[in-house]
Design a protein. Structure first.
Length: 403
């Protein structure tokens, strides 16, 4: 899966012959799973039509601050366009557009949008070789880089002028690869290995029955997805769960019982940098699993239960460099119980959920958490989606690890 998947890309097109290549660029972004919004300079419409780009991007294309034919007073807000973007790419970036970007000129919608952009901006210059060699162009490129914009170098080859040399806009495939590589490099968990346990465990009573719990796995799966989005290589050890996940950076290993989860966890733990235990592991399992289906009788039935191994506590005993995170689901004396679990299991961080909080707990898409670190520093969060909670948890871990 591409790092561009799900990202909002703002593509700014300025007036160079290479603008015809933006049709290919839009297609490649869409193929990578991105959503593309195109903004054009008015002159660039002579090189590629808005209809082509709106059809390929499946979004309206903007090139003016408002629609002159329209009296309804609606304007194309450059601020909204800029704020919605996860990244902006200006391709082709002509000498003229780069000069205006460098000077903060705002005489068209593309420039106003660029100036409002908070996301990372990439620019792919395209011009004739002498224009590219001119000191003012070099100076403008340096100026743009000093503002934090990322320069995608042009290629050498045949130019529209008939001359040969440097100035040709990088090919769409190379631009996409450049951006993907850059985004991957700057991911905060790049090169890190992360283990997540998720979901319930089922403890067999006989071949058809088990002892389980209401955990859906949603929190653990959201953590796995977030870790992958931040560049980590993820091992997701999941008990029985209907949740789906699809990423080449996530190795999902399905387990059923606490005992299976224990074995798989120990198989992988030593290699991990971060391990988060979000699973609701059964604390007891039947001492004897009946080989045949237990038949109904009139008398009451007693099942002898033996304690399962505490997986988290067992890795807490052997941890070396690993950053270890546990969950605590409590109904009373929440902070005290969570702090004692943090110590008892030798954790670096514990995520406390209280069943008293509305919107927190099993099966829901939301959660309300409190984080407690090994210095007993407490940070409380609002009720949020599990996706946002996963992001908060990793932000805290990254702060602690200084990665
Ligand atoms: N945990 C585990 N293995 C177990 C039980 C719990 O790895 N056999 C982990 C959970 O994944 C969670 C943490 O330990 O990260 C705390 O789980 P919780 O059920 O809240 O605590 P328990 O230690 O089981 O204590 P109690 O049920 O008495 O509250």
């Amino acid at each position: 899966m591409s790092v561009l998947s799900g990202k909002n890309v703002l593509l700014g097109v300025s007036a160079g012959i290479a603008a015809y290549k933006t049709a290919g660029l839009v297609r490649l972004f869409i193929k990578a799973g991105a959503n593309v919004q195109v903004v054009m300079t008015p002159a660039s419409k002579d090189f590629v039509t808005p209809l082509t780009l709106s059809t390929l991007s499946q979004n309206p294309v903007y090139s003016t601050f408002y629609d002159k034919k329209d009296d309804n007073g609606l304007w194309n807000s450059h601020v909204d366009l800029a704020l919605q973007a996860d990244l902006m790419l200006i391709a082709p970036a002509t000498a003229n557009t780069m000069a205006k970007m460098a000077d903060g000129n705002v005489d068209n919608l593309l420039l106003a949008t660029y100036l409002s952009a908070k996301a990372k901006v990439y620019f792919a210059p395209a011009m004739d070789l002498d224009m590219f060699q001119h000191p003012s162009t070099k100076h403008n490129i340096q100026k743009l880089q000093s503002y934090g914009n990322i320069f995608i170098p042009p290629a050498s080859g045949f130019l529209a002028s008939g001359l040969m040399g440097e100035g040709r806009m990088a090919e769409p495939e190379d631009i996409i690869k450049f951006i993907e590589d850059d985004m991957t490099q700057s991911l905060p968990l790049k090169g890190k290995k992360v283990m997540i346990t998720a979901g319930p465990t089922y403890e067999a009573i006989d071949p058809v029955r088990f002892i389980g719990n209401h955990s859906s796995g949603k929190m653990g799966f959201a953590l796995a997805q977030q870790a992958a989005n931040m560049g980590a290589e993820v091992v997701l050890i999941a008990g029985p769960s209907d949740e789906k996940i699809n990423s080449s950076f996530i190795n999902r290993i399905n387990v059923i019982s606490a005992d299976d989860m224990y074995k798989v966890t120990h198989q992988y733990f030593k290699d991990m940098d971060i391990a988060i235990f979000a699973a609701a592991v059964a604390d007891y399992s039947p001492a004897v699993v009946a080989g045949q289906k237990i038949k109904k009788k009139d008398a009451s039935l007693h099942i002898d239960l033996k304690p399962t191994q505490d997986i988290l506590a067992s890795v807490g005993k052997i941890k070396e460099h690993q950053y270890l995170v546990g969950f605590a689901l409590e109904t009373n004396d929440e902070l005290e119980n969570a702090k004692s679990k943090l110590k008892r299991k030798n954790l670096d961080l514990i995520v406390l959920n209280s069943l008293k909080d509305k919107g927190a707990g099993f099966k829901l898409d939301t959660n309300k958490i409190t984080l407690i670190d090994s210095n007993e520093k407490i940070t409380s969060f609002e009720l949020k989606s599990k996706k946002e909670v996963a992001s908060d948890i990793f932000k805290e871990i990254i702060k602690k690890l200084h990665v």
